[in-house]
Design a protein around this ligand. Structure first.
Ligand SMILES: [Zn+2]
Length: 272
């Protein structure tokens, strides 16, 4: 598994007792078996990965991780050396590490999961297991950035009603493309969530990284222990530090792409 850390493009680092990776990959059966992945149905359901789940795949009782973790969007484990992760294209991958109980979590938070607070649900599960929320380290991974994420006024209102007004950006009428040059370039021709294009008035944008940062803080996580990836899945043109030159995947940029970004975390062995 060591070569996973040099695969693709994104972030790779140590986080407390864990190591993490966020990388864009093509559909890869071996990789998808090596990392425990939930089915991801935009639910707020959290599951704990235990030895009996690993045995099910090993014994042939199940053929894939999503089959074992159906209707689930967040995984927790205390098993050292086991990669858990999520697949995303523009949604938000969030990783947690509770050093005090040696537990980790991988969370898929799309706009639905962000609105329904799946990161808060996962933090609360870790606290139920004995973790101190204020000591949890968090990583918010590559996802669509606020400049690129134009939404309908109705969705923006739902986010405000869910207590996430600070993550909703309303461009000024005199500047309908919304701010920076990068933002203008990203927003051009971007499809909206409901498929409509409203050129008469500027449409709101949602900052999903900021919304999930707010969710984490409200769940008791310390702001100083939250790391936020600077990568945007949609407009990034950076190349890999490993030289592969492979960008991250974006549903909005390439709707037909079969690749996904995998963001994964594992607990290091005690001597690791
Ligand atoms: Zn962007």
């Amino acid at each position: 598994m060591k070569n996973l850390l040099s695969f693709g493009f994104g972030d790779a680092m140590r986080m407390g007792a864990s190591e993490i990776i966020a990388a864009g990959i093509r559909r890869d059966v071996a990789m998808e078996r090596a990392v425990v992945l939930p089915q991801q149905t935009h639910s707020a359901n959290v599951a704990v990965v235990e030895h009996r789940h690993l045995d099910r795949l090993r014994n042939g009782d199940a053929t894939s991780w999503p089959e074992i973790f159906g209707d689930t969007d967040a995984l927790i484990t205390r098993l050292p050396g086991v990669w858990i992760g999520v697949r995303t294209a523009d949604c938000v991958p969030v990783l947690l590490c509770a050093d005090d109980i040696r537990a980790i979590a991988a969370i898929h938070a799309g706009w639905k999961g962000t609105r329904s607070d799946i990161v808060g649900a996962t933090v609360r599960r870790l606290v139920d297991m004995g973790a101190d929320a204020a000591r949890i380290r968090a990583y918010i991974g590559p996802c669509i950035c606020a400049d690129c994420y134009e939404v309908s006024p109705e969705l923006a209102e739902e986010f405000r009603a869910a207590g996430l007004a600070a993550g909703v950006l309303q461009p000024a009428a005199a500047n309908p493309t919304g701010g920076t040059d990068a933002g203008a370039a990203c927003s051009a021709g971007a499809p909206t969530t409901d498929g409509r294009q409203d050129t008469a008035s500027p449409r709101p944008h949602i900052d999903l990284k900021e919304c999930n940062r707010l969710r984490l803080i409200r769940a008791g996580v310390s702001d100083t222990l939250i790391t936020i990836s600077h990568h945007c899945t949609r407009h990034t043109t950076d190349t890999s530090p490993t030289g592969s030159g492979h960008p991250l995947y974006s549903y909005r940029r390439n709707p037909g792409e079969t690749g996904r970004n995998i963001t994964a975390i594992r607990l290091c062995e005690l001597n690791g």
